[in-house]
Design a protein around this ligand. Structure first.
Ligand SMILES: N[C@@H](CCC(=O)N[C@@H](CS)C(=O)NCC(=O)O)C(=O)O
Length: 205
């Protein structure tokens, strides 16, 4: 299997975080330079199908081009430690929080960075209002995760799961525009410190 990765981008970071949590080290990892358009070459598009990273190319040539689909696939091959849940209820709860982390935090934070950071102007026609609106959406969403983390040590279950990884990678990426967990969110602050203390935190840098 071959993984197309890009060190600075947030969605590939999810997969790197996941690999680190699992201790998976036997993938062939190829770096793709988004800034020079390496993901838009005819060769890349012919193999991967879309101008995006991450992409996991399976041994039969199938391209998985969604970070969470890649993680799910790898979970079935490397089941331990479990990051997607066991049993119908736990799987559903983790899925719920993963979707919330993706739609309510990761997506707006990515847009906030993409439309504001000067280095990303090469990838996007930047609109300051889009950045500001998405930043506000993400800020509002933090209340939901703060409340959850007041009841549970981790986002998705009683242990680290993919839901934590999705939220964590987006919060770290948003540092590019100086987004930070506000001081009035002690549970998120505690959780972020715990995530940063894990070995998988190094997989982002
Ligand atoms: N839904 C996809 C999103 C992939 C995505 O948007 N990747 C970004 C990097 S984080 C990308 O390849 N951007 C290239 C571009 O904007 O030209 C996933 O989670 O894998």
């Amino acid at each position: 299997m071959k993984l197309y990765d890009s060190r600075l981008a947030p969605n590939p970071r999810r997969v790197r975080w996941f690999l680190a949590e699992k201790g998976i080290e036997d993938l062939d990892i190829v770096q793709v330079d988004l800034m020079t358009g390496a993901h838009k070459t005819p060769e890349y598009l012919a193999e991967v199908g879309v101008p995006n990273v991450p992409a996991l190319i399976l041994d039969d040539g199938t391209a998985l081009t969604e970070s969470l689909a890649i993680c799910r696939y790898l979970e079935s091959i490397y089941p331990e430690p479990n990051l997607f849940g066991r049993g119908v209820q736990e799987i559903a709860v983790i899925e719920m929080w993963t979707r919330r982390a993706e739609l309510m935090a990761a997506m707006p934070l990515m847009q906030a960075v993409r439309h504001a950071h000067p280095a990303l102007a090469v990838l996007e026609t930047q609109v300051p209002e889009v950045a500001a609106n998405n930043r506000q959406m993400a800020e509002r969403s933090l209340g939901l995760f703060e409340a959850r983390l007041g009841q549970s040590e981790w986002i998705g279950a009683d242990r680290v799961t993919i839901a934590d990884g999705v939220l964590y990678c987006s919060v770290e990426f948003s540092r590019m525009v100086r987004f930070a967990i506000p001081e009035d969110k002690p549970n998120l602050t505690r959780w972020l410190a715990a995530m940063r203390a894990r070995g998988s935190a190094k997989a982002g840098t």
